[in-house]
Design a protein around this ligand. Structure first.
Ligand SMILES: Cc1cc2nc3c(=O)[nH]c(=O)nc-3n(C[C@H](O)[C@H](O)[C@H](O)COP(=O)(O)OP(=O)(O)OC[C@H]3O[C@@H](n4cnc5c(N)ncnc54)[C@H](O)[C@@H]3O)c2cc1C
Length: 401
């Protein structure tokens, strides 16, 4: 494989790979950028809730033609005590998280249009074939910089026979359905119902929505499809055809330990899900993936690429802390009323704030001392706080869920 100099290979052409290609193509000091994507963009099928929290990160006009179907105001969290209830039963609490710049999109279209724009800007694409283990080492030899954006588990970990860091964590099902979503088209709904996980109905328009359900940890139903259908009925959204449902296992990513996101001998850097940056509490990963790719590209442009692993860890630390604590708020108590009270305390914050700004979250909770006291009245929760603030939860491969 011949290359001309400061050439970049991007493995995986989904959101994180496209983001890396965008910034690296613009960066001074790089020549050719080539994206290797195993699917064809015309046929690409993405399993995802299709909610983009910070759409300005995607360098496309926010039009329906580019896949940006529904600009949303925020998300409504509805907390119910359990799944055994009538559809008419009111939630224990319903709070809103604001989402400036948020969209429910058609992600296949977004990626296809983004790839088209990149191709027009000179990025080369090799699509429709997986990069094999053999190809991987050839690419590593031939290119000056390799960005691994192959999702979870990453190809870089696979070729090194080292995928233990990705532990199975969440099973999720999703589908696009037709129905009447006019009542909450501006405020997509997320339903917490007494298990570790949630279901969702994200309208793409008044008539269609991406709906789904996911369970974290080991406590999963035996019949996933039946559970999605039951969730649809009690939460008032259309039941998807079984043929249209995608089933996906979401691993908890490897630790963000620097040795996991950069293989210095081969100059390979991991971004997005490959680097395990999706949120470990609610599963959001599009913005996280794009931001990690932009961070890497900016450091490459500044000639400081070796700083990426540490800088990524620093950037993600707050989010990982909060995810660890938020998850604890349910796992350590299993008390739906407490969860509803926590959600109520966070009402009106933005998605960014509740995922990345622990100080703001803590301040909100301290305004309701009874809720904060109940939250901390558990040895497990106190341990989580200590672990979160000593980073001991992060570097250990067998850190608690
Ligand atoms: C059910 C579900 C719902 C979700 N909902 C949301 C949501 O609403 N909002 C949100 O922000 N996040 C959501 N996420 C998370 C989000 O989908 C991921 O975090 C995001 O897709 C990560 O993007 P990525 O580019 O890093 O990796 P991926 O999207 O996994 O892309 C990896 C790419 O690499 C390609 N590839 C893999 N191996 C090879 C190979 N050997 N050779 C060539 N190409 C290869 C794949 O074809 C793919 O295109 C959801 C996830 C699931 C499972």
């Amino acid at each position: 494989m011949q290359t001309s100099g400061r050439d970049v290979a991007v493995l995986g052409g989904s959101v994180s790979g496209l983001a890396a290609a965008t910034r690296l193509n613009d960066a001074a000091g790089t020549d050719d950028v080539r994206v290797f994507e195993r699917q064809e963009y015309d046929e690409k099928r993405v399993n995802c809730g299709e909610a983009i929290n910070d759409a300005p990160l995607v360098p496309l006009a926010k039009t329906p033609e580019n896949g940006f179907l529904n600009g949303v105001e925020g998300f409504q969290l509805r907390v119910h005590s359990n799944t055994d209830r009538e559809p008419t039963e009111a939630p224990l609490g319903a709070s809103v998280l604001r989402c400036p710049g948020g969209y429910i999109c058609d992600r296949d279209t977004v990626e296809r249009r983004w790839a088209d724009e990149l191709a027009a800007a000179g990025v080369a694409f090799e699509t429709g074939r997986s990069v094999t283990r053999g190809d991987y080492w050839e690419i590593v030899d031939a290119y000056d910089l390799v960005v691994d954006a192959t999702g979870q588990p990453s190809l870089s970990h696979k070729v090194r026979d080292d995928t233990d860091g990705y532990t199975g964590d969440m099973v999720a099902l999703n589908a696009t359905v037709e129905g009447d979503f006019g009542a909450y088209v501006d405020y997509p709904r997320i339903f917490f119902e007494g298990y570790v996980g949630y279901s969702w109905a994200f309208p793409k328009s008044e008539r269609t929505a991406n709906v789904g359900i996911g369970w974290a940890g080991d406590n999963r139903p035996e019949d996933y499809f039946g559970a999605l259908e039951a969730a649809a009925k009690r939460n008032g959204f259309a039941v998807p055809d079984r043929d249209a449902v995608n089933v996906y296992t979401i691993p908890r990513g490897p630790s963000l330990a620097p040795e996991e996101t950069h293989f210095p001998r081969d100059d390979v850097f991991l971004v997005g899900d490959a680097a395990g940056v999706a949120n470990r509490y609610q599963g959001e990963g599009i913005c996280q993936g794009i931001r990690s790719a932009y961070l890497l590209a900016d450091l490459v442009a500044e000639g400081r690429r070796e700083e990426y692993p540490e800088r990524l860890f620093e950037r993600m630390r707050s989010e990982y802390r909060l995810a660890h604590l938020m998850r604890g708020a349910w796992v350590e108590h299993e008390d739906a009323e407490l969860l509803a009270a926590v959600a109520g305390a966070l009402d009106g914050l933005t998605i960014d704030e509740i995922t990345r700004d622990p100080r703001r979250v803590v301040r909100r909770l301290l305004r309701r001392p009874a809720v904060a006291t109940r939250l901390l009245a558990s040895g497990g929760m106190v341990r989580r706080v200590v672990d979160a603030y000593t980073d001991s939860w992060e570097y250990a491969r067998d850190s608690p869920a």
